[in-house]
Design a protein around this ligand. Structure first.
Ligand SMILES: Cc1ncc(COP(=O)(O)O)c(C=O)c1O
Length: 378
């Protein structure tokens, strides 16, 4: 069986079907070298300098490309290094469209591109039907950047429809799929041109490394520019982190399944509970994006949800300080459950409701997580 035919689960479990030819090792080595010797004719072999590429990074990129059904993938030293490198290829006068509610660090980067580099940026309301179509300018928009689910309201953007809108406008569709990794969302198959992950989150899965990933449907001109920009700007993932990322990814499918099941149990338990104004989770039938999520993420609704707590910001913060299992910390996607008052983290430009608590659900037992939230709310 060729690795092309393997399911994501098997590909992940086997770490890319790796067996070292020389030693029989079933885990790839960490190539820590920064520089590589030329041959006797003074020619460069596969590698020259590890800021350009290195064998450990190349292995994880190979697995990521297979996982996404991509022609190529690139690993970066953080999610934001990947986002910044991607947008380095967007020049003055180009028009970019992005959701109004999205990861605040990427939104901040887009606002700086608009202020400092003369890139035109339009933000659209992802919860409003037709807003993306209205925001693109056919023949003028070069990049449509979307995020699904949208952090931290978990609105669901229809990737197939967004891809068609982008294509009709002559733009590239890039999807931040951090919250919906490739075991659930097949962004490139749905028509996206580029998919991005903060691999710090579900792909790595243990809250112990920073990494970012871009994968492309076709290694076109913009992709080659992204590659050159990674070398120029120095955003390459280090060899040890690449190795750790691969190790984390080997259990992605199992972790994500358990995390999503836990999140669904929590969402169902707290929907309609006294003291909770709303539960934002695409797995609930009451959620506006439920039908799209069902179609687009193969029946999995993810492991991120938000609670709107009655009593405003102070009441929400009080809950976040009273949990005993949910750790009051930012970030997401690790095996341990986290809780955060999102508006405090995003700062003054935040558009997030003041009473929103974001939960990143881990792999603990659902009944114990529910009991923890119950005692914090009591
Ligand atoms: C949706 C999303 N995109 C991008 C990023 C940035 O990734 P990193 O923190 O790995 O730089 C994050 C980080 O929280 C995120 O949640």
């Amino acid at each position: 069986m060729k690795t092309n035919d393997l399911s994501p689960d098997t590909l992940l479990a086997q770490g890319g079907h790796f067996v070292d030819r020389e030693t029989g090792a079933v885990v790839p080595p960490i190539h820590s070298a920064t520089t590589y010797a030329r041959n006797s004719r003074y020619e460069v072999a596969d590698y020259i300098y590890s800021r350009n590429a290195n064998p450990t990074g190349a292995h994880v990129e190979h697995v990521l490309a297979k996982l996404e059904g991509a022609e190529e993938a690139l690993a970066f030293s953080s999610g934001m290094a990947a986002v910044a490198t991607f947008f380095d290829t967007v020049g003055t006068g180009e028009h970019v469209v992005a959701p109004r509610v999205m990861y605040h660090g990427a939104a901040d980067l887009l606002r700086r591109l608009a202020d400092r580099r003369g890139v035109e940026v339009s933000f659209f309301d992802a919860s409003e039907p037709g807003a993306l179509e209205a925001a693109v300018r056919p023949g003028r928009t070069s990049v449509v950047w979307i995020e699904t689910c949208v952090n931290p309201t978990w609105d669901v953007i229809d990737v197939r429809a967004a891809a068609e809108t982008a294509r009709n406008a002559g733009a590239v569709l890039a999807v931040d799929a951090t919250a919906t990794p490739p075991v659930t969302l097949r962004a490139l198959e749905l028509g996206a041109d580029v998919v991005f992950h903060s691999a710090t989150k579900y792909l790595a899965g243990h809250s112990d490394l920073l990494a970012g990933v871009l994968a492309t449907r076709s290694a076109d001109e913009r992709w080659h520019e992204v590659k050159a920009a990674r070398t120029r700007m120095g955003g390459m993932l280090g060899a040890f982190e690449a190795w750790l990322l691969l190790r984390g990814m080997r259990t992605l499918h199992l972790r994500y399944e358990r995390q999503a099941a836990n999140a669904l149990a929590i969402a169902r338990h707290f929907e309609g509970r006294a003291g909770i104004e709303a539960v934002l989770y695409p797995g609930l039938e009451s959620h506006a994006g439920h039908e799209i999520a069902k179609r687009q993420t193969a029946g999995s609704f993810g492991a991120m949800l938000s609670l709107l707590v009655e009593g405003g910001a102070e009441a929400a913060k009080r809950v976040a300080t009273r949990t005993r299992l949910f750790v009051p910390a930012t970030s997401l996607g690790g095996v341990e459950s986290l809780i955060e008052h999102r508006a405090s983290v995003e700062g003054p430009l935040s558009t997030v409701p003041a009473n929103l608590l974001r939960l990143s659900v881990g792999i603990e037992r659902a009944d114990e997580l529910i009991a923890d939230l119950e005692q914090a709310l009591a």
